[in-house]
Write a protein that binds this ligand. Structure first.
Ligand SMILES: Nc1ncnc2c1ncn2[C@@H]1O[C@H](COP(=O)(O)OP(=O)(O)OP(=O)(O)O)[C@@H](O)[C@H]1O
Ligand SMILES: [Mg+2]
Length: 334
């Protein structure tokens, strides 16, 4: 039988909706969001602060913090719907099938444990028959892959620089060779040179380990440069989804267009940089209709009252905007 016929995507997020049930009311941080990720792909998740990127990343590994709840939808990892799993079943998948790199490595590294001990704990949780010596050997190989001298397994996290600690986090995320690695703002706290090195490292590891990568950032220029596909999020919604090249050359959503106009371009000597006016809505009380309409120069009447549908404007290019929905309606009638 041809394997391709039955192969499932590595990761499938299907109509996912996540709320934070706060004392002041429900915050819909992720609204009915869907996408799929294939082996070896890099997906960029981009949007302003508060747009729901981390919540989406954390829901994939079932670690949305209290008072967050997945109120609807599915997350399938290798075909298994993890939303329905028990905590224990999920622990077996986390690390093994999906690795996660957080913005601040010190939130995940234990300051009183040597680097090697972190690997022993991780590897033996998933593979209890592996001895400590074997786990350390694997740790050294993985550290070497991320550019850290193997003998440093005997050092403590604080003996490393910020960039090196992030490399350790990456090594821990890939140690069990998961199919998908999610990196949430992995370089925001680092200087530009170290940032580029870490992003290059993630790309090289993706290629050598054959994993898929989700790169979460508020920096559109990073995802344009480094991702095969990009999801632009705004106030919990997917507003645009396309390949990096397509999004760069044919951005359709006014929000994406605004983000692109605010990226400095060294090739254009007299470029006018324009920030998008206004700020994202308070998700406790989002505007009716399109969540972007208050900041949109092209908003029409229905944008104020109705939620725009998602339209496929060209193969694989999706936009949540009435402007595009109206165009495709007109084209259909023609
Ligand atoms: N623990 C929490 N309790 C209540 N609301 C939360 C919690 N965590 C996040 N939120 C809310 O959910 C929304 C999405 O937050 P999230 O952290 O996912 O955004 P983000 O895109 O990752 O932002 P950033 O770029 O700042 O990291 C925001 O409105 C935020 O205030
Ligand atoms: Mg975040």
């Amino acid at each position: 039988m041809n394997d391709d016929v039955i192969s499932l995507p590595l990761l499938e997020v299907d109509s996912l909706t996540v709320d934070y049930r706060t004392r002041d009311g429900d915050i819909r941080a992720v609204n009915n969001l869907s996408f799929a990720l294939e082996k070896g792909e890099t997906l960029g998740l981009v949007g302003e602060s508060g747009s729901g990127k981390s919540t989406l990343g954390l829901s994939i590994i079932q670690l949305v913090p209290v008072p967050g709840v997945i109120v609807n939808g599915h997350v399938r990892i290798d075909g298994v719907d993890v939303v329905r799993l028990s905590d224990e079943e999920m622990r077996a998948i986390r690390g093994k099938n999906v690795g996660f790199v957080f913005q601040d490595p010190m939130t995940s590294l234990n300051p009183v444990k040597k680097v090697g001990a972190h690997f022993i704990e991780l590897i033996r949780t998933h593979e209890p028959n592996v001895t400590e010596a074997e786990a350390l050997e694997r740790a050294q190989k993985t550290l070497n892959d991320v550019g850290i001298l193997p003998e440093r397994i005997n050092d403590y996290p604080h003996q490393f620089s910020g960039g090196m600690r992030q490399r350790i986090m990456i090594a821990l995320a890939i140690a069990l060779n998961p199919g998908v690695v999610i990196a949430d703002e992995p370089t925001t706290a680092l200087d530009v040179i170290v940032q580029a090195k870490i992003l290059d490292l993630l790309k090289n590891l993706r290629d050598t380990y054959g994993m898929a990568l989700i790169l979460i950032t508020h920096d559109l220029s990073i995802v344009l440069e480094r991702c095969d596909k990009i999801i632009v999020m705004y106030a919990g919604n997917l507003v645009e989804y396309a390949t990096g090249t397509e999004l760069h050359s044919h951005p359709r959503h006014p929000y994406t267009q605004g983000l692109l106009q605010s990226i400095p371009n060294i090739e254009l000597a007299e470029q006018k940089l324009e920030a998008i006016p206004g700020s994202p809505p308070n998700l406790l009380n989002p505007p009716k209709g399109c969540r972007f309409w208050l900041r949109c120069s092209e908003a029409g009447e229905n944008c104020e009252t109705e939620e725009p549908p998602i339209v496929e404007v060209s193969p694989g290019h999706f936009v949540r905007c009435f402007k595009e929905a109206d165009k495709s309606e007109r084209n259909r009638k023609r």
